[in-house]
Design a protein around this ligand. Structure first.
Ligand code: ATP
Ligand code: MG
Length: 648
């Protein structure tokens, strides 16, 4: 076990203050990468090493299972084995399971992961029909109400204008669905994810003996990512504390990205009021990222409607400028990102130190394909790879069945695919809600697009050809490996860091999402963007594509969150003119007109002057020269001409 004082080495004065404040209440409010997680981890280890904490009496609450695992590993390395690091759910589930038989008798009920079928039954009982998008919207509304401690009878008053409309249901109707849902769930002997916390809270609130037992077990509390705590989690935490004050919370208001799911940054803001004598510690030094990345992060809020002014100060040596790159189309974007990853890897960066981050899961497909073509292993976080998604597997099975049935080749491929997918509830019209329902639609839509592409490039192609094409793609998809590039949504990247981060698909309509239709929602998207770019240690590349498919027309604009970073008007113009030029795809290096098979790569398969190390070095130097001052970005649009010029 390390000497207690050794645990303070490697902490700055403010972090040390956090570590020394062993008896709470303490709140640490600080920006991304300032060492909040590190400070609380050292604090727990220091508490254990000095004998103030008994390890098993410490409960660290983290946001994700991955974060909990990482914290456990860190704690073990610091000699604090035995400290519990869990998510709210896992900590509550453990207690609820244990005490359930004593309180309610019988077996612990089955936990439903999806509310769908229960909501559908509730709607049936109310004599209403619900399609998949509506079921999703209602499910997330039920979740919001429950984590906000809002019972059905209070829903209509509480929902107000802050909530988005659920189809054309008025708040009173939604409240009825909420009530009916609870009834159906009770009758079927099920509980849902929120119930795990509600049940635990109820047991602790109603049974003094159980509450005393639990409070004896957990004496010291630490909560990471406290800005995204919701009222239900806060209630549970208060019950665990039982009036004691031995709690330390850390958070960053600028990283609140779940407020539309019920998180309340006010809980962090009001911590001092609710915990008398609370010590508030601020950290401003950013240890994670280069000054260039930190400058970009600070600039994201330059014109934001925020009152706080947390400006980060990088402690790192200057690095390369951040790249902002518009590509003519998604395959070109994906291929360039894969090339860059391959080169970084050749220069010694392990794949696991790189991440591709996007707004929604459905954006991963082009990147999975490009990584596959480059033979780069990758790991999908928080979601299954495109071809492993339930809806995609189901769709492929249906298409395969249809191909086996023999339909004529080359007839109406796209219409046939549409007809088959319509059996899964898919329509051409995107759903109104964001989140899972939108992801599912995007996945199925991607299959329709593949069929469209195929039909365009090969008018004779029929279902058999499509299925063969899908099989080839499935085969190419890489199995998850430990040393792989991380593919993740911005949401699931929270709290993590990589040497190189590619924030891709960052165009208007995706970032902010087209569904962010209130100023509050746009600000939440801005925070999400900030979370994304603050994940990078050394290399940050932000990109977008003017249109989805190669050679297509489109003039998607880069996200407005880059307005303070990009030279005004510059980006959009270049991207759209570039998109027009790309009607004939040419090799990015030698300018030869490409065969269809090579278009995705953006260069000929056996190009004499491939996008190689020399070109890469030249590109980096060029980018550096373009950056006029520290933090001011080099703005690059990959055109054939640019690359040619750099190469020469
Ligand atoms: P986020 O807001 O993204 O969760 P954070 O504030 O929790 O970030 P950490 O993840 O704890 O930040 O730290 C960011 C990086 O900086 C980590 O790699 C960490 O090891 C490093 N770091 C933190 N404090 C120091 C320090 N005093 N000296 C050197 N490195 C540090
Ligand atoms: Mg952290």
């Amino acid at each position: 076990m390390p000497d207690a004082d050794d645990l303070l080495i490697g902490l700055d004065p403010e972090q040390r203050e956090v570590a020394l404040a062993l008896r709470g209440p303490v709140s640490v409010v600080a920006g991304a990468g300032t060492g909040k997680t590190r400070a609380i981890t050292h604090r727990m280890a220091y508490g254990v090493a000095t004998g103030v904490y008994k390890p098993t009496e410490v409960l660290a609450v983290t946001f994700t299972t991955k974060a909990a695992n990482e914290m456990r590993v860190r704690l073990r390395a610091l000699g604090a084995e035995g400290v519990q690091a869990r998510t709210f759910h896992s900590a509550a589930l453990r207690q609820a399971r244990y005490f359930w038989p004593h309180v309610y008798g019988g077996e612990f009920p089955e936990v439903t992961q999806s509310k769908f079928s229960l909501v559908a039954e509730a709607m049936r009982r109310l004599g209403q029909r619900a399609d998949t998008p509506l079921l999703r919207d209602l499910s997330s509304e039920i979740e919001w109400a429950k984590v906000s401690n809002i019972v059905p009878t209070a829903y209509a008053a509480a929902a107000g204008p802050a909530r988005r409309e659920v189809a054309d249901l008025d708040p009173g109707q939604v409240a009825n669905v909420l009530a009916a849902y609870e009834e159906v769930k009770r009758e079927r002997g099920r509980i849902d994810m929120e119930d795990i916390l509600l049940v635990t809270a109820a047991i602790l609130a109603d049974d003094e003996r159980i509450a005393a037992t639990v409070r004896q077990q957990y004496r010291w509390f630490v909560v990471d990512e406290f800005q995204d705590v919701n009222p239900l989690q806060s209630t549970l935490l208060d019950l665990w504390l039982g009036g004691r004050n031995d709690i330390c919370v850390v958070g960053d208001p600028r990283q609140t990205i779940y407020s539309f799911a019920g998180a309340s940054p006010r809980i962090l803001a009001s911590f001092a009021r609710r915990h008398e004598g609370a010590q508030r510690i601020e950290l401003v030094r950013n240890y994670r990222s280069t000054p260039q990345i930190v400058a970009a992060a600070n600039a994201v809020f330059a014109r934001a409607a925020t009152t706080d002014d947390i400006r980060l100060q990088s402690q790192q040596e200057p690095g390369d400028p951040v790249s902002y790159i518009g590509y003519p189309d998604e395959p070109a974007e994906a291929s360039a990102v894969a090339s860059e990853i391959a080169l970084l890897h050749r220069r010694g960066m392990p794949y696991r130190e790189m991440a591709i981050l996007f707004r929604i899961n459905a954006q991963s497909e082009a990147f999975e394909e490009a990584l596959g073509e480059h033979g780069i292993p990758y790991v999908m976080r928080g979601a299954t790879g495109f071809f492993n998604r339930a809806e995609v597997r189901q769709a492929v099975t249906l298409l395969r069945g249809s191909a086996r049935g023999g339909e004529a080749e080359g007839q109406h491929l796209v219409d046939d695919v549409r007809a088959i997918l319509s059996a899964m509830g898919h329509t051409d019209e995107p759903p109104s809600g964001a989140g899972a329902v939108r992801d599912r639609w995007e996945s199925l839509h991607a299959i329709v697009s593949m069929a469209t592409d195929l039909a365009e490039s090969d008018p004779d192609a029929g279902m058999t050809t499509l299925v063969a094409d899908l099989d080839r793609r499935i085969e190419q998809a890489h199995a998850p490996e430990a040393d792989g590039v991380t593919l993740a949504t911005l949401h699931s990247a929270k709290g993590l860091e990589w040497d190189a981060v590619f924030c891709v698909g960052m165009h208007e309509g995706m970032m902010p999402s087209v569904h962010a239709d209130t100023p509050e929602m746009v600000e939440e998207e801005r925070r999400l963007f900030y979370v994304g770019i603050t994940r990078a240690r050394h290399d940050l590349m932000i990109s977008w594509a003017a249109t989805r498919k190669a050679g297509g027309r489109g003039n998607r604009q880069p996200t407005r969150f880059l307005d303070t970073l990009l030279p005004s008007g510059h980006a959009a113009r270049q991207v759209s003119s570039q998109a027009r030029q790309r009607k004939v795809a040419k090799c990015r290096v030698c300018n030869t007109v490409l065969a269809v098979a090579d278009r995705k790569l953006g260069r000929c398969a056996d190009c004499p002057a491939t996008y190689d190390e020399t070109l890469y070095e030249a590109l980096r130097t060029w980018r550096k020269e373009q950056s006029t001052e520290q933090g001011k970005p080099a703005y690059v649009v990959f055109t054939d001409a640019t690359l040619q010029a750099i190469a020469e």
